[in-house]
Ligand binder design. Structure first.
Ligand SMILES: *[C@@H]1O[C@H](CO)[C@@H](O)[C@H](O)[C@H]1NC(C)=O
Ligand SMILES: *[C@@H]1O[C@H](CO)[C@@H](O)[C@H](O)[C@H]1NC(C)=O
Ligand SMILES: *[C@@H]1O[C@H](CO)[C@@H](O)[C@H](O)[C@H]1NC(C)=O
Ligand SMILES: *[C@@H]1O[C@H](CO)[C@@H](O)[C@H](O)[C@H]1NC(C)=O
Length: 359
């Protein structure tokens, strides 16, 4: 009896020690074993939705990993693909892809060009965040319906697993992309509002574990550099990134983090992790040379003409930017490694532990 008590005490002490010794990262938590992931976002995590709608992307997209275009604006895997690998589930099928999709381990609602806010201009992208969460509700309702009829479930998640899944969000870059949509700072409260409504809606549908990426440094994107209307009106930081653009992003990120912290009280059964992707991407850009990336502000693909690429760099793995707007697989891999263990998260839990509250 006494021995068992000592044993338990030792176990508790070692849990405490692990938390202290582990520094930023919270150790000693059981893995959540997420059976599925549902992702919401823009082209940074689109695994084929826009290409299902508009036709396949052209080579050399996909060449590094898939050997052919794979619906991703990248030479290979996106951060969401590395996340799927980490969780031990297959790559997420785009919800909009009607051929060969398999939603037994989740689905991807991300769509290239999407924003958090509803877009109102002509020819705008219809798949803003609220549409993506509506699509999720539809997928869930139809899954329950098919299950209740006892039909083939081999491509669908079991109903009881929806609340055990990880819900990942990576969206907002297009809302605050300055030259494209103007994006005055006054859009930020609406973005925060609409983002919060989306998380609340997923919670109401049973979602309990949320993994929320903030927005990366838009001012360091080669496409942004090319979009400057009047260079003398901008200032640049030590890495050559446009200050005004990054300040806009950082202001959004600051407000998002504040709101996420409040949401934890409003959604008491949810575990909500805020992930500082901005810092991961900015660290990569500022330490590029040491990390083997020789061209931090240049893009691998250049000179697209009639939808075809005119030139590709010799070695995409030494570039951070693939096409000016999207990161290369090598850069995505670095960012994924930086965020997966939780050292850039609030609270500092790794993605495998992101179902635990109050850590
Ligand atoms: C769907 O994917 C799951 C997990 O990878 C797999 O077990 C299942 O067999 C797949 N279903 C079909 C119909 O291919
Ligand atoms: C987005 O936010 C605006 C302004 O706060 C609000 O009017 C609109 O209803 C919101 N839309 C959604 C889908 O949350
Ligand atoms: C760029 O901005 C500067 C400072 O406001 C102004 O003097 C200059 O005329 C502008 N150049 C162009 C081409 O608009
Ligand atoms: C998390 O991973 C990054 C990148 O591999 C590493 O630099 C960092 O030290 C790790 N942090 C912890 C707390 O393990």
């Amino acid at each position: 009896m006494e021995g068992r008590k000592m044993c338990l005490l030792g176990f508790l002490v070692s849990l405490v020690l692990m938390r202290v010794v582990g520094g930023a990262e919270v150790k000693g938590l059981a893995s959540c074993n997420f059976p599925a992931a549902y992702n919401f976002g823009d082209s940074n995590s689109d695994t084929g939705a826009a290409s299902a709608a508009f036709g396949p992307l052209q080579p050399p997209n996909g060449q590094t990993f898939f050997g052919k275009p794979a619906g991703r604006s990248c030479d290979g895997r996106l951060i969401i693909d590395f996340i799927a690998e980490e969780l031990g589930i297959s790559y997420l099928s785009p919800y909009l892809d009607s051929v060969g999709s398999n939603f037994s381990h989740g689905a991807n609602f991300a769509y290239g060009g999407s924003t958090i806010r509803r877009q109102t201009w002509i020819n705008s992208n219809p798949f803003h965040l609220a549409v993506q969460t509506t699509q999720f509700s539809e997928l869930k309702a139809r899954t329950f319906d098919i299950y209740s009829q006892g039909k083939d479930m081999s491509r669908l998640l079991r109903p009881e697993d929806f609340s055990k899944a990880l819900y990942t969000l990576d969206i907002g870059q297009n809302d605050v992309y300055i030259s494209m949509f103007g994006a005055p700072p006054s859009v930020i409260p609406e973005m925060i509002n609409n983002f919060t409504a989306a998380v609340q809606g997923l919670y109401d549908q049973g979602g309990r574990a949320f993994w929320i990426h903030n927005i990366g440094p838009n001012g360091c994107l080669p496409a942004a550099q090319l979009n400057i209307l009047n260079r003398t009106q901008e200032t640049f930081d030590k890495n050559g990134c446009i200050n005004r653009w990054n300040e806009r992003v950082m202001e959004f990120n600051r407000q998002l983090k504040d709101r996420v912290i409040k949401l934890r009280a409003e959604l008491p059964e949810a575990a909500i992790t805020y992930v500082d992707v901005y810092t991961a991407k900015y660290n990569l850009i500022s330490n590029a040379k040491n990390l083997g990336f020789t061209e931090p502000l240049k893009q691998c693909l250049v000179g697209t003409k009639d939808g075809k690429v005119a030139a590709i760099c010799d070695n995409p793995s030494t570039y951070i930017s693939w096409d000016g707007m999207h990161y290369t697989e090598a850069a995505n891999h670095f960012v994924a490694k930086s965020i997966i263990n939780g050292s850039l998260s609030d609270p500092p839990v790794s993605i495998a532990n992101a179902c635990h509250k109050n850590v």
